[in-house]
Each structure stands twice: as structure tokens, then as C-alpha cells.
Ligand binder design. Structure first.
Ligand code: SF4
Length: 500
């Protein structure tokens, strides 16, 4: 395994530098340090400032050199604090951009590789495109900046611009200043998937705690609704975990409490993830239909049984089909399906099989994820066991998923990236006309606050028209959430009061 050392003499953009190097060397063991050490590395990077530029020094067996990235200027001395802050922010961004541009060129020289998303290390490329379009740039100009300044491939730049425009259209009725959205987390699942990095608990072991969890959650719902009075609730998203692990009466209890506290009038969208097919029953779907839920998600991830068995989903392909068809039979007219490419052992023909089967079901939207193996996932923790497995994802597979979506009359409407994605690709949501998930866009574009309730909920409060985001976190652990619910409510009160 290749060993890389990064010496940070300047730590300002440490995270971006690390992520970019990691993207070029996904399999390498990377060590960071802040003063010279005696370790031997295959490649060494030294990142620091000298006078009026950043310097990137690199040394490998074959290469040895320095790249310089300029900018670094003093900032405006105007006596206007707002102007000063905005000036500093702009300058910081310029500094980051030049440093990443130069580093990308160095890494390209060392590896001969390019990355589909160029030197962008963030998870929201469409937000960058959206910002440029909102500032008055034409699509062609924004695409050129993405290609030339951020080294994004022409294909990905076009994708980001297309999505940004569709997002603008979908969000045109959303009130950013007075509106907000709500996320409600149900952290239980029928079993824990191999790649899962959410805080999710196997229902069997936690069954006895579910009612206590709902008690705490309903308390948080009531208290937070009082804090948000007078604001417009635009969308609700109940996710997890798997919300449909709740029994029909528990679902009724939750949905009644939400409706009484927040009122469902004027909602633009109300989604419940019925993610795992093995949690879906007729009685649960009927219970949900007693409320104005407008969208559900039935997630196959793959339609190959052998992969489902490997990734610990513990349900069959047939159960996915049955759950989907049952929802259709009951009249659900906006059903999303999630799938993952790059799953262990899956090659292009297996992805093709999944797409063919999804097509025959004809969902209203499809979200295509590239596998991202996060640190907390069992797939990462027990990686030695899966060493023999291939994890295949490439542009051909991504193109195939896009073609399949187009054939189902869906277009791309939201996009995000994650750390450690196989092949450095992206997750894309496709939807038919009027079937896009508005909440999905709102969480990516960070235009309005999202108040998250339940264990592991991370609320985002948007300040200064989207210039600054503050988070308020709930504890992840279910027992802690139940016993410390008053503390969670007070955390929210402090955050929301500052935001109001
Ligand atoms: S269904 Fe989703 S939340 Fe539940 S274990 Fe699987 S990946 Fe995690």
C-alpha cells in the first residue's frame, strides 16, 4: 500500500487538501503532521505559505518539485464590519480556489489521472452552479467556470447546471425567509445493512424501547412546534432508520402528534421513507394514507438476491416487488426507489438487471447512489472479510443509470457527493415531471432551515440569506435521546432563538 505523508505548515485549508489528495489516492494510507517527522513515505507533500503565495512541495521516487499558488492579500480596511466580513470571506474563497487548483495540477502530474468533479471536494456541486446562475451568469458562462476554474469534466459541469436550473424551477414557490422544513428520524431497522453509517438500531433488540422513543419524540414535536409558531412549514420528511418499522398504531400516533402540533395545511410535500420492503405491510400503508402524506420511498438498493444477502438486507427481491405493487394498488402515486451502484460483487450486468426490474415497476422517481463506505459502516470495520470482493463503479455504469432514468421519462433534479465514494462519482435523484422530492433539494441547497427531530437529528439554521449555517445536534444514541429529551429541547430553543 502506498504511504503518503502530508506536512501542513499552514493549516487553513487542511481539510480540502487532505480530501483532494485522498481522491487521487483512494487506497493510500495517508498521514498528516504539523512539524517535520522522520517517517519514510512513498510520497510527501509539504503545504505552507511563503510571503505572498502558497507553496506545495512534493517528493516521490520519480518526481520532486514545487508548485506555487498566489493570491493571499491583505483585506479591505473599510470601517464597515459587514463589508469587512464579506471581503474576508471572498478572499478566503479565492485563496482556497488557487491552492486547490495548483494542487490538482500537481496530483494530475503525479498520477496521470483526472477526476470527474475536478478539484471540487465539497458535497454540493449543484449549489456552486446555482450560486453562479443566481448571480446573473448565463448557463454557458457558469459551465465554463466549472470547467476552467474547478477542472470539472464537461459532462459533470453540464449535469450540475441542468440540475441547478431544475432546482430553481421546483423551488420557486418556497419561501426561504419565513419557511422551514421538518425532518423526523425513526432510528430502527429490520436488520443493519453492511454499508450503513446511520445511527440505526435493529428493531428486534429495541422493540421494547419504541414506545418510550415515541414519547420523547412527541414531546420534542410539541415543544418545537411552539418555538416555530408563525413560520410556514413547507415540507416534512420522515426518515431514519426505517419509519415503517413502526406498527400501524405507532405510525398513527406519530402522524397525529405531528398534525396537531404543526398542522398539515399548506404543506408543499410530505414524505415518509418506507425504505425497507421487509417492513411494509398493507395495514401500515393504510395507516399512512389516513394522513396527507404525498410521497413514499420503497428502496430496493439492488434487485440481485445474492447482493441483498451479502449486504445484510435480509429481504428478497420479490418482497421489493410486492411492497411496491401493494403501494400502487392502494393508490400511492408518488413512489421513489433508491438504488446503489458499486455494491460488493456487482458488475455492470447485475446493475443492468436491477435497472430492468425497476423499469418494469415504473416508479415516479429514482435516486442512484454510488456506494460510499464510511468509517462507521460494518463494511469498513470488517474490510478484511470482503477483500476478495470487487467494488465496481465507473462512468459506463453511471451513464447506464442515467439512460435508464431517461427511458423512464425522468430527468435529474438533485445531486450530492459523499466522502469515500467509489469512483469519485455522485448521487443523483431523477424524477418524472412534478414528482421531484422538494425536501431533497432543500437539504442540499441550504436555502431554508431544516429542523430535525429525533435521535441523531441535525438541525440546520440558515443565517444571512444562506451565507452562514449553524447546526444544532441531537444525541445519536436512542437511550440517551429518551433520557435527555429536555436537554435536546433546550439546545433547540437556544439555536432557534438565535435564528429568530
Ligand atoms: S435500511 Fe438504511 S438506515 Fe436501515 S440499516 Fe439499512 S442503510 Fe441503515
Amino acid at each position: 500500500m502506498c504511504r503518503i505523508g502530508i506536512l501542513f505548515l499552514d493549516r487553513e485549508f487542511e481539510h480540502d487538501v487532505y480530501e483532494l489528495i485522498k481522491a487521487f489516492y483512494p487506497e493510500a494510507e495517508i498521514h498528516t503532521s504539523y512539524s517535520e517527522d522522520d517517517e519514510e513515505y512513498d510520497i510527501c507533500f509539504r503545504i505552507g505559505r511563503e510571503d505572498d503565495s502558497y507553496l506545495i512541495r512534493y517528493k516521490s521516487k520519480e518526481h520532486n518539485g514545487t508548485a506555487s499558488a498566489a493570491v493571499i492579500e491583505g483585506h479591505s480596511r473599510e470601517n464597515n464590519t459587514d463589508a469587512l466580513i464579506s471581503c474576508k470571506t471572498t478572499l478566503r474563497k479565492q485563496n482556497k480556489d488557487v491552492l486547490k487548483y495548483s494542487l490538482y495540477q500537481v496530483l494530475h502530474k503525479l498520477t496521470g489521472r483526472t477526476l470527474p468533479w475536478g478539484n471540487l471536494t465539497g458535497i454540493r456541486p449543484a449549489k456552486l452552479a446555482m450560486g453562479m446562475i443566481e448571480s446573473g451568469m448565463k448557463n454557458t458562462e457558469a459551465a465554463k467556470v466549472m470547467r476552467d476554474s474547478y477542472l470539472v469534466s464537461p459532462q459533470k459541469a453540464a449535469l450540475a447546471i441542468t440540475i441547478a436550473n431544475r432546482e430553481r424551477e421546483i423551488l420557486k414557490n418556497i419561501d426561504y425567509e419565513n419557511g422551514y422544513s421538518l425532518y423526523v428520524g425513526i432510528p430502527f431497522c429490520p436488520s443493519i445493512c453492511l454499508y450503513c453509517s446511520f445511527s440505526s438500531y435493529p428493531l428486534k433488540q429495541w422493540q421494547k424501547k419504541v414506545d418510550d422513543y415515541l414519547d420523547a419524540l412527541c414531546k420534542e414535536i410539541r415543544e418545537v412546534s411552539a418555538m416555530m409558531r408563525g413560520r410556514k412549514l413547507d415540507t416534512i420528511y420522515i426518515g431514519g432508520g426505517t419509519p415503517t418499522t413502526l406498527e400501524p398504531d405507532q405510525l398513527r400516533r406519530l402522524l397525529t402528534a405531528l398534525g396537531e402540533a404543526f398542522t398539515y395545511e399548506g404543506l408543499e410535500e410530505f414524505t415518509i421513507e418506507a425504505g425497507r420492503p421487509d417492513s411494509i405491510t398493507r395495514e401500515k400503508l393504510e395507516a399512512i394514507q389516513e394522513f396527507p402524506v404525498s410521497r413514499i420511498s420503497v428502496n430496493p438498493q439492488t434487485m440481485n438476491q445474492q447482493t441483498l444477502d451479502i449486504i445484510g438486507r435480509r429481504h428478497t427481491v420479490e418482497q421489493t416487488r410486492e411492497a411496491f405493487l401493494l403501494a400502487r394498488e392502494l393508490g400511492y402515486n408518488n413512489i421513489n426507489m433508491d438504488l446503489i451502484v458499486g455494491l460488493p460483487g456487482e458488475d455492470i450486468s447485475m446493475v443492468k438487471n436491477t435497472l430492468g426490474q425497476i423499469r418494469s415497476l415504473d416508479p415516479d422517481s429514482l435516486t442512484v447512489h454510488s456506494l460510499a463506505v464510511k468509517r462507521a459502516a460494518r463494511l469498513n470495520m470488517f474490510k478484511d472479510q470482503y477483500q476478495e470482493m470487487t467494488f465496481e463503479n465507473n462512468q459506463e455504469i453511471m451513464d447506464m443509470t442515467m439512460r435508464a432514468a431517461y427511458e423512464m421519462e425522468m430527468g435529474p433534479y438533485y445531486l450530492y457527493r459523499q466522502k469515500n465514494m467509489k469512483g469519485n462519482f455522485e448521487n443523483v435523484g431523477y424524477a418524472k415531471v412534478d414528482k421531484a422530492g422538494i425536501y431533497n433539494i432543500l437539504i442540499m441547497e441550504e436555502k431554508q432551515p431544516i429542523i430535525a427531530l429525533g435521535a441523531g437529528g441535525s438541525s440546520k439554521l440558515v443565517f444571512d440569506h444562506g451565507q452562514r449555517i449553524e447546526r444544532v445536534e441531537n444525541v445519536k444514541d436512542v437511550t440517551n435521546y429518551i433520557t435527555r429529551i429536555d436537554e435536546m429541547i433546550e439546545r433547540k430553543r437556544t439555536g432557534i432563538t438565535a435564528w429568530l
